[in-house]
Design a protein around this ligand. Structure first.
Ligand code: KG4
Ligand code: ZN
Length: 340
């Protein structure tokens, strides 16, 4: 085989079981099994998540290898998500990586899930060269569990400039959707509805000091808006679905953009990236494009495949760690609250 370094990436931090093959920085495959079982509960049930990971992990890895056209003996090292995430879920991917690594006699590389979301910007495709961010750049990482602005100075230097003091942006989307009776995860539903509506309801946007985010006030205000509306009209949600979604989305985006502009102004950095599940939001993507034009930013928006949880981002992170020798090669147990 012509490749020097072939990484098998394994991701299992929450409710997606994913495996990917990254060869010399190029994605050969990226396979994800999602878990529909949580929909009926309106959120991820940890015990069910780890059981589903156990069921999915072997077939997912098998397909990822076949898709990449490689066999187990071609793998140089295995990258796995060490954290942050749900402990039971992390244990499935981590233990599987450990067993496979021992069996094959190849090194293991632990990867931080949140750093991996950022590193997704460096994944190269087989048939086209992707433009990648130059260091240093700012990255707004917005997922179901995190909302942070990071200053990224190299593949292994991530500084948290600001983060949320309560809910994450994805959580704000999901909780608003739940109040509207939409299925979990609600972010994509709000996104779709917002596209058809107008932000005609007034919702508060917090003005936290510095680069700190807060979404809990918005959630409460949205709850009251819906409760008051239902008192007047039992069909309030149904009659105003699109406008409610557009209003809550506009408020979330306004807060995200305000802090990102501030971070760029304070640091003088105009190379800006976004990462994490919420970066799939169409409203956010177009608002960022407008802002980038206005402030002369160089903007990096991941393709949809790399916005939500995937193993290609774990593979590329492990690849850079392997290149710089920044790994122990041994299994390091999961850490549910691993910091950036
Ligand atoms: O990064 P991710 O897949 O998992 C975590 O690490 O949390 O992010 C999942 C989050 C969920 O809260 C989901 O509702 C949100 O990303 N999300 C979206 C969209 N797609 C996913 N939020 C808003 N608009 C979207 N299109
Ligand atoms: Zn994630």
């Amino acid at each position: 085989m012509a490749y020097q370094t072939v990484i098998l990436g394994i991701e299992s931090s929450c409710d997606d079981t994913s495996a990917a093959v990254i060869a010399d920085g190029v994605k050969l495959s990226n396979i994800t099994a999602s878990q529909a079982v949580h929909e009926q509960y309106g959120g991820v049930v940890p015990e069910l998540a780890s059981r589903a990971h156990q069921k999915h992990i072997l077939p997912v890895i098998d397909i990822a290898l076949k898709d990449a056209g490689i066999t187990l003996s071609d793998i140089t090292a295995i990258g796995y998500t060490r954290g942050p995430g749900l402990m039971g879920s992390l244990l499935v991917g981590g233990s599987f990586a450990n067993g496979l690594g021992l069996g094959l006699g190849i090194p293991l590389i632990e990867v931080n899930h949140m750093q991996a979301h950022v590193q997704a910007h460096f994944i190269q495709e087989k048939d086209a060269t992707q433009e990648v961010p130059t260091f240093p750049f700012l990255c707004l990482t917005v997922s179901g569990g995190h909302t942070q602005i990071l200053k990224v100075s190299s593949h292994d230097s991530f500084e948290v400039l600001g983060e949320t003091q309560d809910d994450a942006a994805g959580e704000a989307f999901d909780k608003a959707a739940k109040l509207m009776g939409l299925p979990y995860p609600g972010g994509p539903h709000i996104d779709r509805l917002a596209n058809e509506g107008n932000p005609s309801f007034d919702l508060p946007t917090s003005n936290m000091p510095g680069l700190t985010f807060s979404f809990s006030g918005l959630k409460t205000a949205f709850l009251y808006l819906i409760q008051d509306g239902l008192k007047e009209n039992p069909n309030f949600i149904e009659d105003n679905k699109a406008d409610l979604a557009a209003s809550v989305q506009a408020a979330i985006l306004k807060m995200l953009l305000a802090k990102l502009k501030r971070a760029s102004k304070e640091t003088g950095i105009k190379s800006i990236a976004i990462a994490g599940g919420v970066s799939a939001n169409k409203g956010l993507r177009s608002a960022l494009q407008e802002t980038a034009q206005k402030f002369n930013w160089k903007l990096f928006i991941p393709s949809f495949e790399y916005c939500t949880d995937n193993a290609a981002m774990i593979g590329i992170s492990a690849f850079y760690k392997y290149q710089s020798g920044d790994f122990t090669g041994e299994y390091i147990p999961p850490s549910a609250r691993l910091k950036v």
